[in-house]
Design a protein around this ligand. Structure first.
Ligand code: B12
Ligand code: SF4
Length: 526
């Protein structure tokens, strides 16, 4: 394949620009402004993707600013101020509502600084680089790992040179959209350290109530679930850091930034059983005093004995998030989850419960092929597990076909209307997805059922919601009829939901006011 993968349609925009301005004087600025759009959640912490990309820039002498809209009041004003002497604006985003603020900021930046390049990276631009690049307010997209690519991009932008030949990068030139060839994946052991010192953990703590960070110790997942986009970005070759490095880095992060919790965001942490146990032993040896949580598939959890899981618990492991996804074997098969069955789900819950680690499951409703019978099987699974193993929790989603997921072709056949522009993808969100086979009353019924599931059993979010005695008692009271409804499949006249809504309005948790410190590349002292 040549250096240039594809040159799609010519583009036009209102400013009549034909792409990046090249070949004039080099730009003096070495300042890169990152923007992280809100993801509509209080579970706030520093965006790991940006910390990863910022590391090499800092080491090469660039100045980095991160403005995270979740912790920055008047974030648009702040971004525009920072851009006045910047080399470029860089945004990290996933598919869905984050696109809204991305477009808002990119448009405002273009209006004030028409020649300032806007660079987009992260999951959405990685999975749909050409469509994202076609948006008027976007100049450059980085697809896949960004550590090396972004450094090369800013060096060329500084020299006002073409971005031709930078693997994984798409750009506009002479009225054309150009996508260079994809960048080969680097194993995690070769990736540079992340710039955690840029994160304003105080501000995140004020929003979330808990002081926590994300950490990553392995890349990719060997499986290929129908709805999952991971293969499209990270492939299926699982690779990981060695246990001593993980124990050392996590302990160091926790003590340096006084963290209470690390969420290890690996796709499937337990692929190498031995490694997981060695990490636990190393943390116990170090007398680590922090909680950590992981994501793993139920079959891999089931390979551990209760004693081994207790060792993981002693090292601080407090929760494992698992994709149970359905209570129906038929649907699991349609999801290509041959590695999992109902027994591995039950066994994982039982063993974790015995070991004192919280089992936390995700479910997907309305997957293509799920009918009423299969949905009942899912509800049954949830009710069984939550009753047998108090403390187990379930988080539910409506199936949302993401670009790059294996199911996408089937979803097209089923008549799913997929957005045709970058901007339209902002409406794509699993909390309220409407599917051709799930419209009107059916959609409403499923949402009501999900609301009853939320009310029937407790869940522990990362963010801390302090409930007063009255709210706790009200919740316990409403849980009883909610469970009855779920057992009997009755959702008409949802009086408990109305009562809950009223209670929530009266006892609305105070939203903390947060003002992030001006983030620079100066080490943050804690
Ligand atoms: C952490 C996380 C979250 C956190 C985000 C917290 C935060 N502060 O960032 C929370 C909980 C909010 C979240 C929410 C959701 N998430 Co999420 N999440 C993840 C997770 C587990 C880790 C992401 C991460 O930090 N990885 C580590 C970093 C280092 O890697 P990275 O993000 O890939 O970054 C690299 C490149 O992408 C690139 N890059 C990233 N940003 C930038 C920016 C620039 C300028 C450049 C050049 C490069 C670049 O360079 C980085 C280094 O190589 C991923 C799964 C995964 N394994 O990555 C899912 C994932 C990103 N999430 C996903 C989804 C679906 C969701 C939700 C819709 C889930 C839901 N049911 O609600 C919501 C959507 C949020 C919203 N409202 O829009 C999907 C994304 C699908 C898609 N097409 O975008 C993923 C891939 C999970 C999956 N397999 O389905 N998520
Ligand atoms: S097990 Fe999880 S990470 Fe792996 S392919 Fe399935 S959904 Fe994706």
């Amino acid at each position: 394949m040549g250096a240039e993968r594809r040159a799609t349609a010519r583009f036009n925009n209102s400013q009549g620009r034909r792409g990046l301005r090249l070949k004039s004087k080099p730009m003096a600025s070495k300042k890169v402004v990152f923007f992280f759009p809100a993801f509509s959640s209080q579970e706030a912490t520093a965006p790991l993707g940006i910390l990863a990309v910022a590391g090499p820039l800092l080491r090469a002498g660039y100045e980095v600013r991160i403005i995270d809209s979740t912790i920055t009041p008047n974030f648009q004003k702040r971004v525009l101020e920072e851009l006045s002497d910047a080399l470029c604006l860089a945004v990290s985003l996933v598919t869905g509502p984050m696109i809204r603020e991305t477009v808002q900021i990119a448009r405002a930046a273009k209006k004030l600084y028409p020649d300032l390049p806007v660079v987009l990276g992260g999951w959405h631009p990685s999975l749909l680089p050409d469509q994202t690049l076609a948006a008027e307010c976007v100049d450059v997209v980085v697809s896949g790992q960004g550590e090396d690519a972004m450094l090369e991009v800013v060096q060329r932008l500084g020299d006002r040179a073409s971005l031709a030949g930078i693997d994984g990068v798409g750009y506009k030139e002479d009225g054309r959209l150009i996508l260079n060839r994809p960048r080969a994946l680097k194993p995690i052991s070769e990736l540079p350290a992340k710039a955690y010192h840029l994160a304003d953990f105080n501000a995140y703590e004020r929003i979330c109530g808990r002081r926590w960070a994300m950490y990553i110790s392995s890349l990719a997942c060997p499986y290929d679930c129908g709805y999952c986009t991971n293969k499209g970005v990270y492939g299926r070759k699982w690779n990981a850091l060695d246990p001593e490095q993980v124990a050392e880095e996590t302990s160091d992060l926790v003590s340096r930034y006084r963290l209470q919790l690390l969420w290890i965001v690996d796709d499937n942490f337990l692929v190498d059983r031995e490694r997981a146990l060695l990490i636990a032993e190393a943390l116990v040896r170090r007398e680590a005093k922090f909680d950590w949580s992981i994501q793993a598939s139920t079959n891999l959890v089931d390979r551990f004995t209760v004693e081994e899981l207790k060792l993981l618990r002693r090292s601080g492991l407090s929760q494992i998030a698992m994709g149970a996804d359905s209570g129906s074997l038929k649907v699991m098969k349609l999801m290509n989850k041959d590695f999992q069955n109902l027994e591995t789900i039950h066994k994982a819950a039982e063993k974790l419960h015995k070991a004192g680690v919280r089992p936390s499951f995700n479910m997907i409703f309305a997957y293509p092929g799920e009918g009423d019978k299969e949905r009942r099987e899912s509800i049954q699974l949830i009710m069984d597990i939550c009753r047998k193993y108090p403390g187990a929790e379930f988080w539910t989603n409506i199936f949302t076909p993401y670009p790059g997921a294996p199911i996408m072709d089937r979803a097209f056949e089923l008549g799913i209307q997929v957005p045709k522009t970058f901007e339209e993808w902002s409406e794509f969100f699993p909390r309220y997805t409407v599917l051709p086979w799930l419209t009107g009353k059916k959609h409403q019924r499923l949402q009501t059922m999900r609301e009853y599931l939320r009310m029937a059993f407790n869940r522990v979010p990362v963010s801390i919601h302090r409930k007063d005695r009255f709210t706790r008692a009200a919740h316990e009271l409403l849980a009883i009829p909610s469970r009855w409804r779920l057992d009997h499949d009755v959702y008409g006249f949802p009086v408990e939901i109305w009562a809950n809504q009223v209670a929530r309005k009266i006892f609305k948790p105070l939203k903390p006011k947060v003002d992030a410190q001006q983030l620079s590349n100066e080490p943050v002292t804690c």
